[in-house]
Design a protein around this ligand. Structure first.
Ligand code: PBG
Length: 324
């Protein structure tokens, strides 16, 4: 059944579509030109005008959704992430601009404090500064989610891994009248070294004055599989609409387990380090970028992901459209 191209197509089990892809995009304020992120070739921090252009281009290619990540001026950060609750903060202005210009685009925003805290953690710290303070953080996240809903997002995406935040966000959204705003929960988010380039992109590692910022007290231990199912089940019970596993490529077994355990849609996030490693190997001439890119995404879909957040979204959608 592999003898000819038509037989291979007939027996193909997994097909990647532009509609499977979600593009994570980085936003900055006021920079006239896009700034390329050193460890992520082809990925830029965009000002709002360029972000809108990028969203138009993605919509034309059939990519249905974008996930926005702000990079803030260090002067706006403090220990408490105070600026996260500012009604005119960068990401909220970006959401309004995108929804105005490309209303059909699904816009997703991160709910976590790391772009706003001077230490780069996803939450506020306890009095001893020894760990994040879960419950106080959850209260702030719920307020942040309501502001994002007010700005017009379709889905809020808590990426902080605090306990109980999905339920708190659902209640806060409903109480504020945003019953139609969904929750894409970063349910199974590992304490991964593959987030390195992202932290450079949003300046959350530098903010802490170290690249060794540990989130081990709230993100999952990469050694654990059963715990992933516990995390997914809790988020479903608390009202999550989409369950995410992150990173994707090194955790295909987890994607499959979660796919089998829930009836909710499953998302997987092919993170910055997964993108960086393929580009780095390709630059050295050691790997073929178009083929490894396609294969890496196909594997994530085959493992059970219904949708994939990937920095390859635009390039992949371009290729998929051309080869139809
Ligand atoms: C932070 C957040 C991170 C990513 C998305 N949201 C990094 C972290 O937890 O430090 C990583 C994405 C990537 O590496 O592409 N809330």
């Amino acid at each position: 059944m592999r003898r000819t191209a038509s037989l291979r197509t007939m027996t193909e089990e997994t097909v990647l579509r532009p509609a499977d892809l979600i593009a994570p995009l980085f936003v900055v304020d006021g920079k006239p030109a896009p700034e390329e992120i050193a460890s992520m070739p082809g990925v830029f921090r965009l000002n709002i005008a360029d972000l809108v252009k990028e969203c138009r281009a993605l919509a034309k290619l059939g990519v249905p959704a974008v996930a926005l990540f702000p990079k803030l001026d260090p002067g706006l950060k403090d220990d408490e992430g105070t600026h996260a609750l500012d009604e005119e903060t960068l990401v909220l202005r970006a959401v309004r601009a995108v929804k105005r210009a490309v209303p059909g685009m699904t816009v997703i925003t991160d709910v976590a404090l790391d772009p706003y805290t001077s230490h780069g953690h996803d939450g506020v710290l306890n009095a001893m500064r020894s760990d994040v303070e879960n419950d106080r953080t959850v209260g702030l996240l719920a307020k942040m989610a309501v502001l994002q809903a007010q700005a017009g997002v379709d889905l809020v995406a808590p990426s902080d891994m605090m306990d109980g935040r999905v339920g708190a966000i659902r209640r806060a959204l409903d109480a504020a009248g945003y019953t139609g705003v969904g929750i894409m929960a970063y349910s199974v988010k590992f304490n991964s070294a593959y987030y390195g380039p992202f932290r450079e992109a949003v300046g959350s590692a530098k903010a802490a004055g170290t690249t060794l910022l540990s989130k081990a007290t709230y993100q999952m231990n990469p050694a654990n599989r059963r715990e992933a199912l516990v995390e997914a089940a809790l988020d479903v019970a608390e009202g999550a609409d989409i369950i995410m596993v992150k990173p994707a490529g090194p955790y295909l077994d987890i994607i499959r387990e979660v796919r089998n355990a829930t009836k909710k849609p499953v998302a997987a996030y092919q993170v910055s380090g997964e993108y960086a490693q393929l580009h780095a190997a390709a630059r050295l001439g050691w790997l073929d970028l178009p083929r490894t890119r396609h294969e890496s995404l196909l594997a994530i879909k085959r493992a059970g992901a219904d949708m994939i957040l990937t920095y390859f979204a635009k390039d992949m959608a371009t290729v998929l459209r051309a080869s139809r």
